[in-house]
Design a protein around this ligand. Structure first.
Ligand SMILES: NC(=O)c1ccc[n+]([C@@H]2O[C@H](COP(=O)([O-])OP(=O)(O)OC[C@H]3O[C@@H](n4cnc5c(N)ncnc54)[C@H](OP(=O)(O)O)[C@@H]3O)[C@@H](O)[C@H]2O)c1
Length: 357
């Protein structure tokens, strides 16, 4: 079977896990590593993740990455850059990312058009995946919708104690944790963040053969009662320590689709917060479908895992979903954006013995 030459682009929390996944995947070969930090430049890829030497040295030079003539880039930076994504695609390399755009056709038709033009020029595909969005938010509810007939409501709830998530950008900018209420309300990323939840809602609607006729968003939060220590430093008293987001789309067929996140720090007991909310479950996800069939699908990590292990494995699911998609994305016909509605089922492919197939 053909092997694909893959570049790991950015080696933060998700990118490091993806790099580990590339090195172990029997159908992938590491072609290069793009980093941003000066102190990572020139280091062997294996050293960056505590693995053996690979002979592949990390670089900050985009032209050097383009010159590799790789098949695919796993694009995992923060912030991401549409122009950069298009440049990669135009150069003839497939792009898979945990960043937007999962289903941009409704929320950002201009972006979708630009990506599709770049894909056509490079004769390649672009696919956005991940854990949530990219899995829980749309791929898995759509799968379970096949068990149902009349569907009144689909609700995805993510509950996450993020105390040990070490991405400063995700925690403070995307999740709004540690911000004052005013700063959260005025976060310049607010509209973009809303689109990140409306995109999977649009994908579900499309998968159900309908479209969204109205959107709504709700945001509640609880402040820290005292300073709270986290992996990205201290979240100060009177800043946001729990966010409760809901993004809702109602389809022409009447199905109400809700993406709900409860992101917090300091533990489920919420002892360091100024108020408490009823958190429906510990870290993990519930996909709920209501109609003539009523399903609750709970996705959890085993209780014996430590909090840190649960966070790390949750982020690995994002990374491995990207890694496992590489052959399918590289082989998908008709260059363009490939959503989960376009690709065959993304599966894992390795047993305990990585050398045996
Ligand atoms: N869909 C999902 O389920 C899901 C889940 C989690 C995260 N994500 C997304 O995945 C991406 C990576 O998340 P993460 O947790 O790995 O974040 P992270 O730990 O903060 O890593 C981001 C990386 O981006 C690179 N970087 C630094 N400065 C940059 C700049 N100015 N411009 C562009 N890149 C820069 C760095 O790479 P080097 O360290 O190599 O220098 C950094 O480690 C984010 O965009 C996040 O939103 C998606």
């Amino acid at each position: 079977m053909k092997k694909y030459r893959v570049v790991q682009w950015a080696t933060g929390v998700v990118g490091s896990s993806a790099l580990r996944g590339i090195l172990r995947h029997p159908r992938l070969e590491l072609a290069g590593v793009k980093v941003y930090s000066e102190d990572k430049e020139g280091r062997d890829a294996g050293d960056l993740i505590g693995a053996g030497k690979t002979g592949i040295v990390a670089t900050r030079d985009v032209d050097a990455i383009l010159a590799l003539d790789a098949d695919c880039v796993l694009y995992c930076p923060l912030p991401w850059d549409l122009g950069e994504i298009c440049r990669l695609l135009e150069s003839g390399v497939h792009v898979i990312t945990p960043c937007p755009y999962w289903f941009p056709f409704v929320q950002s038709p201009d972006v979708a058009a630009a990506i599709n033009v770049a894909c056509k020029q490079g004769n390649v595909n672009m696919h956005a995946s991940g854990c949530n969005p990219g899995g829980i938010a749309e791929r898995f509810p759509l799968t379970f919708s096949g068990w149902c007939n009349q569907i009144d409501r689909i609700t995805m709830t993510e509950c996450g104690d993020c105390t040990s998530y070490s991405s400063e950008g995700v925690m403070r900018e995307l999740m709004n944790l540690g911000k004052t209420p005013d700063a959260a309300r005025n976060n310049p990323l607010k509209a973009m963040l809303a689109k990140s939840w409306y995109e999977p809602i649009d994908m579900i609607a499309d998968g159900l053969g309908t479209h969204v006729v109205s959107y709504a968003a709700k945001h509640d939060f609880i402040l820290a009662a005292e300073p709270i220590e986290t992996a990205v430093g201290t979240l100060e008293k009177d800043t946001i320590a729990l966010n409760h987001y809901q993004h809702i789309g109602t389809t022409a067929a009447g199905t109400v689709i809700t993406q709900e996140q409860i992101w917090f720090v300091g533990g489920t007991e919420q002892k360091q917060l100024q108020a408490k909310m009823d958190i429906p479950r510990e870290s993990g996800w519930r996909i709920s479908l209501e109609g003539d069939v009523n399903l609750n699908v709970d996705v959890d990590f085993p209780p014996e895992l430590s909090h840190d292990e649960r966070v790390a494995q949750g982020l690995s699911t994002t990374a491995f979903h990207l890694v496992n998609a590489v052959p399918l994305v590289c082989e998908a016909p008709d260059p363009g954006i490939k959503t989960h509605l376009d690709l065959p089922m993304v599966t894992g492919c390795m047993g305990t013995d990585a050398s045996a197939r």
